[in-house]
Design a protein around this ligand. Structure first.
Ligand code: ADE
Ligand code: ZN
Length: 340
């Protein structure tokens, strides 16, 4: 019997949710960026925090990535990575994001001479503390930068060897166009051999063929974004029959001009075709909102009802790497919320 009867906005805020598509480097808030730039004497092309926010006007994925890598250049020591992770996990607590599967980009740091030991220690210290203090559940996805070579990705996988017990999955991100998933077929096969789960960005800016390639060549468990799947009927059927999760990021898609306006977003179309759609924040400090803001933006601009919201929250657990027991626990909790 449902026990909570809430408005749509309260339902969004109150439901337990999982977040499955979140770049930890994309949670770097301008305040922390400026503080760390001062701490390490890094010169940024911004004088004030307002300047930083004003610069966040993107035409496409690449124009965002240029600023994202620039921002990440202030992350230098273990404490910086701890602080970044801690701030995000506190946000999870505030938003009832009870489980999170976070991507990190090792090459963004190792290319600057910062070792795995530095960022892994900072990340895992914050994750352990959040788990201890309020039971926050979290895990890590090591993402390869697809604009770099296959060799570089293999070297990264080798350098990660001592940390694999702390890493659940590998992912694939950065500049999509011109860097199809098949470029990393052998790296993903090696990751699978090592017992790692697999996800990949595909069909954000890239064509449906990239989604097919992520399925066939990388043997992924989830597609990150995947909104361009609607362009290919056979692909839609395949995604439905596999119940292949799509980790859709509405505010990101608007900021990066994948859709012109939220009322043109195809999330509801995907959901109503029977796809396993989830809602996520991607890079919240760059795109104007954390997870609940993404749900609120959808509810404000699309004909979304409370049942849709419950389905999206339920999908976030179904599509996660949690155990069946933990999934059942959270699905049960969600069923206690009224959708009338
Ligand atoms: N890296 C961080 N955010 C990304 C996105 N939305 N797409 C590709 N690479 C990314
Ligand atoms: Zn992403």
């Amino acid at each position: 019997m449902p026990v909570h009867n809430l408005s749509t906005a309260n339902l969004i805020n109150s439901l337990p949710k999982a977040e499955l598509h979140l770049h930890i480097e994309g949670t770097l808030e301008p305040e922390l960026m400026m503080a760390l730039a001062a701490k390490h004497q890094v010169t940024l092309p911004y004088s004030t925090i307002d300047d930083v926010r004003l610069a966040y006007n993107f035409d496409n994925l690449q124009s965002f990535l240029d600023l994202y890598y620039l921002g990440a250049s202030v992350l230098r020591d273990e404490d910086d990575f701890y602080r970044l992770m801690w701030d995000y996990l506190c946000k999870c607590k505030e938003e009832n994001v009870v489980h999170v599967e976070m991507m990190f980009d090792p090459q963004t740091h190792t290319e600057r001479g910062i070792d795995f030991a530095v960022f892994m220690a900072g990340f895992t210290r914050a994750m352990a503390q959040a788990e201890k203090e309020w039971g926050q559940s979290s895990l890590l996805i090591m993402s390869f930068l697809r604009h770099l070579s296959e060799r570089n990705a293999f070297d990264t996988l080798t350098a990660a060897a001592p940390y694999l017990p702390m890493i659940t999955a590998v992912g694939l991100d950065s500049s999509e166009l011109g860097n199809p998933p098949e470029k990393f077929t052998r790296v993903f096969a090696k990751a699978k051999e090592l017992g790692l789960m697999r996800v990949a960005h595909a069909g954000e800016e890239g064509p449906p063929e990239y989604i097919w390639s992520a399925l066939h060549d990388l043997d992924v468990h989830r597609i990150d974004h995947g909104v361009r799947s609607v362009e290919d009927g056979a692909l839609m059927k395949e995604l439905v029959s596999r119940q292949m999760p799509l980790t859709v990021c509405p505010l990101s898609n608007i900021k990066l001009c994948v859709f012109d306006h939220m009322n043109e977003h195809n999330l509801l179309t995907l959901l109503e075709h029977g796809l396993m759609v989830t809602v996520n924040a991607d890079d919240p400090s760059y795109f104007g909102g954390y997870l609940n803001d993404n749900y609120h933006a959808l509810a404000a601009h699309l004909p979304i009802n409370k049942q849709h919201i419950k389905t999206l929250a339920s999908n976030s657990f179904k599509a996660s790497f949690l155990s069946e027991e933990k999934k059942s626990h959270w699905l049960n909790q969600i069923s206690n919320f009224d959708a009338d």
